[in-house]
Design a protein around this ligand. Structure first.
Ligand code: BG6
Length: 537
């Protein structure tokens, strides 16, 4: 078996291959994956020999004639709405020549035979040496079946293959809890070696998250201060304006819903267990001694292993969840979560599950946690994420300790604003440093000023989407930004006591917040009790 423990960083050249998207008719492929591949095509970054094959079963009646045309049309719609770079006819024509679709159900053996035939034919047509990347954009419950069928169909090559390689990308959420995550990990491992497995968390592909490593380890001024001696606390916020349902801005008509996935999952499993904890790892990790995939992943995993276990006796002081209710977003009335769930199920023609009648799925969660190691001893990390907040805005803010009370901040009426380094993950990626400065004039008056760096202004153009970078990494065989199984398990282990407690609690209602506000007022309690405040974004 090939080992993934090499200490050498891999080369970043994507190798000729076919990208096979399981669940190509779905939301992720439409909004993120196909636009990402299109952008890579426009930027000339795809391998010289390359094709995309979508696989899955679209809603009945969606395929009118040629299945390839079905996917091309759908991709065009997604790209024109969501692509970073506008749809351009000449690039589109080029892209569309290598875009195909095989319609079939994930449990249908014949569909896999058709898929194999299509891939073999494409290998010949495009001069591809049998290399395939399978992207499983499917619900966690289907992952095991897909990998087993791939193996039965003879679509998995040995991990030692370097040109006719097979790699699999597994989307989050990996499971619903620790036990199901372990099951999925084992199912994938029964067909694929760890070196062939790429567990994706797209937050790790975001430019600003990657820049955190560069900021910390390529500049000499930050790392000496990056510890509990100088840092008062850290805040990580991922605020989303979108909710469960997308509406047409003019007509208010329902355009799409994620209820089928999100209801019963909630913010803790959807965002906190993965994206937020992964960002936390990048903020808090020790300097890795090399950029080799496993060395970086060791450093991140050790943060998760040092998280102080959640103490259920303290839960009221450390964790708050909430659910949005009807409110105004940019002057438009938006229904509450429970109504959106009801509307979504009826629009999908599905009966509303009993437990969703008065859903207690959280759409907001805030928590305070500690990393019990030498560097972070005593430093609180405050994390919050929610849907239908006033705007889409995500940042990591490092607040430094106050200077001694001797020179400028001796008057309690005019406290000095603390120094804050904030990294904007999105939108308008960049960073800002708030420092104290003297106002011009004869008196010593102190005023906070911002030093700003904006990615697109300073470095030209919007940053590539996370999925672009991550797809290229898989084609190049670089697993640095992907989750190892120990990290997935450690993150689940951390949140499980809380999830189990919530399940035992069986509350009838959650703290509420109106759409377009910053979450339930209870969320303020966990930070204000420490004499601190959430940042205004
Ligand atoms: C996904 C979650 O992983 O990330 C969604 O399932 C969430 O609920 C999305 O909206 C946020 O990603 P981004 O890149 O838009 O911040």
């Amino acid at each position: 078996m090939a080992s993934d423990s090499s200490a050498k960083p891999r080369s970043l050249v994507p190798q000729p291959c076919q990208l096979v998207i399981f669940g190509a008719p779905g939301d992720l492929a439409w909004r993120k994956l196909l636009p990402a591949v299109y952008n890579l095509n426009v930027d000339g970054l795809l391998p010289s020999h390359f094709a995309v094959v979508g696989f899955g079963l679209p809603a009945e009646g969606s395929i009118k004639g040629d299945p390839d045309e079905y996917l091309r049309e759908r991709a065009k719609g997604g790209i024109s709405r969501f692509s970073r770079q506008a749809l351009d006819e000449s690039h589109w024509a080029d892209f569309t020549r290598s875009l195909f679709f095989v319609a079939g159900s994930f449990n249908d053996t014949r569909a896999y035979a058709q898929l194999k035939a299509k891939l073999d034919a494409n290998d010949i047509q495009f001069g591809i040496p049998g290399a395939r990347v399978f992207y499983l954009a499917v619900p966690p419950s289907l992952v095991g079946m897909c990998v087993a069928k791939l193996q039965q169909a003879g679509l998995v090559t040995s991990p030692d293959e370097t040109t006719a390689f097979t790699r699999v990308i597994v989307e989050k959420p990996i499971g619903h809890d620790l036990a199901s995550a372990r099951e999925i990990i084992a199912q994938v491992a029964s067909a694929f070696d760890e070196s062939q497995t790429y567990r994706i968390d797209h937050y790790l592909g975001k430019e600003t998250v990657q820049n955190l490593l560069v900021l910390r380890f390529a500049n000499s001024i930050f790392e000496p201060l990056w510890n509990g001696k100088y840092i008062d606390h850290v805040q990580i916020t991922v605020a989303e304006e979108e909710g469960l349902v997308q509406y047409d801005a003019d007509s208010g008509e329902m355009l799409g819903t994620r209820a089928g996935y999100y209801e019963g999952v909630g913010a803790m499993r959807d965002m906190m267990q993965n994206h937020m904890l992964q960002v936390l790892c990048v903020v808090a990790m020790e300097p890795p001694w090399s950029l080799a995939p496993d060395i970086v992943r060791d450093a991140k995993a050790s943060v998760l292993n040092c998280l102080r276990p959640i103490d259920i006796a303290e839960i009221d002081r450390t964790v708050v969840r909430g659910q949005y209710i009807e409110g105004d977003v940019h002057g438009r009335r938006v229904p509450g979560y429970r109504k959106e769930v009801r509307d979504s199920f009826s629009s999908m023609g599905k009966p509303l599950p009993q437990e969703s009648v008065n859903s207690t799925t959280e759409t907001f969660v805030a928590m305070k946690l500690f990393i019990d190691n030498w560097r972070w001893s005593g430093v609180p990390f405050y994390l919050r994420t929610g849907k239908r907040l006033p705007k889409r805005s995500s940042e990591v803010a490092i607040q430094f300790k106050a200077v001694p009370q001797v020179l400028f901040n001796h008057s309690p009426e005019v406290p000095l604003e603390p120094t804050v380094l904030s990294l904007r993950v999105q939108p308008e990626e960049g960073l800002a440093m708030r420092i104290a400065s003297k106002l011009p004039g004869p008196k010593v008056r102190i005023y906070p000023v911002q030093m700003e760096f904006n990615y697109s202004q300073s470095l030209g153009g919007p940053s590539p989407e996370a999925y672009e970078r991550l797809l290229l990494d898989v084609m190049a065989g670089d697993a640095t930004l992907f989750l190892r199984r120990d990290a997935v398990e450690a993150a689940w282990k951390f949140v499980m006591p809380l999830l189990d407690y919530w399940q035992r609690q069986r509350v009838r209602d959650l703290p509420e917040y109106q759409c377009g506000t910053w979450g339930p007022c209870e969320a303020d309690r966990i930070i204000e009790a420490d004499g601190r405040q959430w940042r205004t974004l």
